[in-house]
Design a protein around this ligand. Structure first.
Ligand code: SF4
Ligand code: ZN
Length: 307
């Protein structure tokens, strides 16, 4: 099959647009989508210091590479990377190596933050004690907190995360399934104490992020976290993927619908002012933040955080 834009062989097919694209035009298309969203949603502003959440997986590696490509010549923009080491043995060691490799390659500073060092226990230890809850419910909350804390302490004005179109569609769908209107409305909101999160890959389908990484020869690892099968997100991913096959463009429709819902909810709602968690002092909408509430079921960890 030939590229829809030139005479070269196609490496990708986009059922949602009908296009077949060669290497050059797929790369151009991914970069066009990212630049358009950065501009339209004003993700990067003058004098920004951007902390990039770098797990070492394909999404975050592509994110760091693209932000470096777009902004490394801007003297007013600073980029640095933050990796959270949750302590997932047999998996995280390798992705940290990749994070180190890619930051060395781009000349970007990397900060590795250990969950055990900050919270007293590794994710493997928590998961072993909380088999019924599943590791992901702890991991997501703890990682978000550590990323925000680290970005803020290092003076970041933005926190860039590698969520792609598939992740965003899944999150929007999960918010509906959980009836979580609060989370729907917070999608693009600036909140005091929380470093503003930007998602430059939000319009790029996961497959195209992976292909971009391969075509640009980036050091990435496609292995999956050993706990990944536990999350409800996996079920939602399968449902959305099967609908997308029959109705191409569904993921983009979900994203557009979720953006519009957030916009309408924000008109209807008062601004949420965050207070500080009475246990750890981090920003939260409740008296005790979600991370400390989860830790609260484990008194030794609360004592550790307090102490
Ligand atoms: Fe954490 Fe779950 Fe993701 Fe693994 S799959 S990194 S445990 S959120
Ligand atoms: Zn082409």
């Amino acid at each position: 099959m030939k590229c829809s834009k030139c005479n070269m062989d196609a490496v990708a097919h986009q059922p949602y647009s009908g296009a077949h694209l060669c290497r050059k035009h797929l790369i151009e298309d991914v970069e066009r989508k990212v630049k358009k969203d950065i501009r339209q949603l004003q993700m990067v502003e003058k004098n920004d210091s951007i902390a990039v959440a770098l797990s070492g997986g394909k999404d975050s590696v592509v994110l760091l590479y693209l932000l470096h490509k777009l902004f490394s010549k801007r003297p007013d923009i600073t980029l640095f990377a933050v990796t959270i080491d949750e302590g997932i043995s047999g998996y995280r060691e390798h992705t940290i190596e990749i994070a180190q490799k890619v930051t060395d390659m781009l000349g970007i500073q990397l900060h590795v933050i250990s969950m055990k060092g900050e919270l007293g226990k590794s994710l493997d230890e928590v998961a072993a004690e909380e088999r019924d809850k599943g590791a992901c419910s702890f991991c997501g909350v703890f990682r978000k907190k550590l990323l925000n804390m680290t970005a803020r302490k290092l003076g970041a004005t933005k926190l860039a995360v590698g969520h792609n179109l598939d992740d965003e569609a899944q999150t929007a769908f999960l918010n509906v399934l959980r009836g979580d209107v609060g989370r729907m409305s917070r999608m693009h909101k600036k909140q005091q104490g929380l470093v503003y999160r930007i998602k430059p890959l939000r319009s790029v389908p996961e497959k195209e992020v992976a292909l971009y990484a391969i075509l640009q020869n980036l050091p990435v690892d496609f292995s999956e976290c050993p706990y990944a099968h536990e999350a409800m997100r996996g079920e939602v991913r399968d449902i959305i993927n099967s609908i997308e096959v029959k109705h191409p463009g569904t993921k983009y429709s979900i994203l557009r619908g979720s953006d519009e819902t957030a916009r309408l909810l924000n008109i209807a709602q008062q601004d949420v002012t965050l207070s500080v968690c009475s246990v750890c002092g981090e920003p939260t909408a409740a008296e005790v933040c979600q991370s400390c509430r989860l830790l609260g079921q484990k008194q030794d960890m609360v004592d550790f955080v307090k102490g």
